[in-house]
Design a protein around this ligand. Structure first.
Ligand code: ATP
Ligand code: MG
Length: 579
């Protein structure tokens, strides 16, 4: 350690919100260069290299072959698939000296498709799995949490190329299993959830989430059936339709000073209608605007949800993707005077030709308390399918713990996680856009079907920290630790230094990497650093040496025990499983 390029910090970085960001900076693994852009120091590089090695081994084991693409890419292929515009502001676009358009690759479907197109011609060339471990660029709107969400980050991305749907399924399954092995070896607990494929298009898609309080993804589970999905992918079971005939007539009431659902419910309950209304009986109409990629024009959209639920912007975004969505601003209300803020109703929207999509719970025959399109007025018993007809349904309402599982598996339980991996069946979208078709066994042209699979490599380093670290510092699982053993020379007695040297050599011969703390620092500083740096095992050569023992501490459990100095190499070599 006296020669290690390492500087630990006592204080958390001011901009750090999550534990991995705090600790990886404090322990000298990474340094911030700009928002979402980090440098890696020697200890960090070692962890990163181990994570990459595990991923490569498991990809090779399913027949993946490693290739490498540039990060700096020409516009054309991305123009051909529409993603030059569809990717929106998250794409780093730039021009070369000749004013030609380039981008920094956010993901490489186009490039892989073109590579395979260039190198293959017949069905005999398939199946193929190609992968790379590469730097990606995304101008994330909220780069936060250090390397958990970077604007420059490392991803392992692989792509499968198959002749048939069944073969694609096999490639997908192979990846799914490889990912389970990868995350197990990384020491990451993961939950596999169904996912939306968002801007990618395609069908079957699952995410590997690392459960963790600081995770940005919310997912739900039905413990009874094992159903698990990212909230963005949860579908709302629609209740049965009802008759419209037995419903009371819609009546408009004066409801002054009822800008919120709460005040509205209180007011309606005071009307003496002989019924008790709750927030779930009201229909809240949230006005947003959407814009298709590449377009400058925003279009109004009304979103109707039961009044006891908020609109979940992430679910709404996923539902309208690849279009962008934004809430209406005052200027939009001013430009559309028929929108009576606080009193917007389905009837007014229909009259003015505004597209109106509703939560799947709003089925034909359901009666609602909702805006009457006049200031201070609401309508009671506005019946779907009788008094208004939505243009369709939309998954935009928040998903709540206790909601019924879409597979009938009872009430949902919610949790948060970090998206560590994503696998999906792209199908023929990219192959069609870029003309990847080969001669089939029957002599006819066959369009290749593809899968795309990503793992966040740099993100994994942070996620491992999130799941394992404690208030004293980092805690590395054995397979990714920069060093297997942190060997501390506690005192100044030359006999301790000598014994430590001997042990270090013995451990190295047994194949274990040792970080030897030979610095002229106090034992307190050394122990604190050992805890901060997080090697799985600390071995202390101190006063006990006089009695022929050294102390072994397990970083994760904090358990300490004395071991005879002559046995320690053999014992640790057996313990760590690295040898
Ligand atoms: P997110 O929803 O977190 O933005 P994504 O769905 O856009 O991720 P994918 O395109 O599926 O991500 O990328 C594959 C993997 O790359 C993700 O599962 C994640 O582990 C990692 N990843 C994506 N964006 C980032 C980022 N900004 N920083 C670090 N890792 C990332
Ligand atoms: Mg994803």
């Amino acid at each position: 350690m006296s020669g290690l390029f390492l500087h630990t910090l006592r204080e958390d970085p001011a901009d750090a919100e999550v534990i991995s960001h705090k600790l990886l900076v404090r322990a000298g693994y990474v340094r911030r260069v700009a928002p979402g852009i980090y440098s890696w120091l020697p200890l960090g590089m070692k962890v990163l290299a181990r994570v990459e090695a595990i991923i490569r081994e498991e990809m090779d084991a399913i027949g993946g072959q490693e290739v490498h693409f540039p990060a700096l890419l020409p516009k054309d292929p991305y123009e051909a698939t529409g993603r030059w515009t569809e990717y929106g502001d998250a794409l780093f676009r730039l021009k070369d000296r000749k004013k030609a358009d380039y981008l920094l690759g956010p993901t490489h479907e186009e490039m892989f498709t073109l590579m395979v197109k260039g190198e293959t011609s017949s069905y005999r060339d398939f199946p193929v799995i190609l992968y790379q471990v590469q730097t990606k660029y995304r101008d994330e709107e909220r780069p936060r949490a250090g390397i958990l969400r970077g604007r420059e980050f490392t991803m392992k991305d692989s792509y499968s190329f198959d002749l048939s749907d069944e073969a694609l399924q096999a490639s997908y399954d192979a990846h799914r299993e490889a990912y389970q092995r990868i995350f197990a070896r990384l020491g990451l607990e993961v939950q596999i959830v169904s996912a939306m494929s968002g801007a990618m298009g395609g069908s079957a898609s699952e995410e590997f989430l690392a459960p963790c309080a600081s995770g940005e993804d919310t997912y739900v589970r039905a413990p009874a059936t094992g159903y698990a999905a990212n909230v963005e992918a949860v579908t709302t079971p629609a209740p049965p339709e009802q008759s419209t005939e037995d419903k009371p007539e819609a009546v408009v009431y004066d409801t002054p000073d009822t800008p919120t659902i709460e005040t509205l419910v209180a007011h309606v309950n005071g009307l003496g209608l002989g019924r008790t209304f709750t927030a779930a009986d009201t229909l809240k109409n949230v006005m947003v605007k959407t814009r298709l990629p590449g377009s400058t024009e925003w279009t109004l959209l009304g979103v109707g949800v039961p009044g006891d639920r908020e609109v979940d912007m992430k679910r709404l975004e996923a539902s309208v993707s690849p279009a962008e969505v934004a809430l209406l601003e005052d200027a939009d209300f001013a430009a559309n005077p028929f929108l009576t803020k606080g009193y917007i109703g389905p009837v007014g929207l229909a009259k003015n030709g505004v597209r109106y999509l509703v939560d799947p719970r709003i089925v034909t025959g359901t009666a609602w308390v909702t805006g009457a399109d006049e200031p201070g007025r609401h309508v009671v018993d506005l019946v779907a399918g009788r008094d208004f007809t939505p243009d369709g349904t939309i998954e935009a309402a928040e998903v709540r713990e206790g909601d019924p599982s879409p597979d009938g598996g009872g009430p949902l339980v919610a949790a948060r996680g970090i998206e560590m991996g994503h696998i999906f069946q792209l199908g023929r979208k990219y192959a069609e856009a870029l003309g990847l078709s080969v001669q089939g066994a029957d002599g006819k042209p066959t369009t290749i079907t593809m899968g795309s699979y990503g793992v966040g490599v740099t993100r994994a380093v942070a996620a491992i920290t999130e799941q394992h670290a404690d208030d004293k510092g980092l805690v590395w699982p054995a397979e990714v630790a920069p060093y297997a053993v942190h060997l501390v020379i506690a005192g100044k007695d030359p006999a301790q230094a000598e014994a430590a040297d001997r042990i270090a050599t013995g451990l190295a011969d047994a194949g274990l990497e040792v970080l030897l703390d030979d610095r002229k620092a106090s034992p307190g500083v050394k122990f604190a650093d050992a805890e901060l740096l997080g090697m799985p095992t600390t071995l202390t050569v101190g006063r006990g040496l006089a009695n022929g023992v050294v102390e072994v501490t397990d970083r994760a459990s904090g358990e300490r025990r004395e071991v005879p100095v002559d046995d320690v190499v053999a014992e640790l070599a057996g313990l760590t499983g690295r040898a």
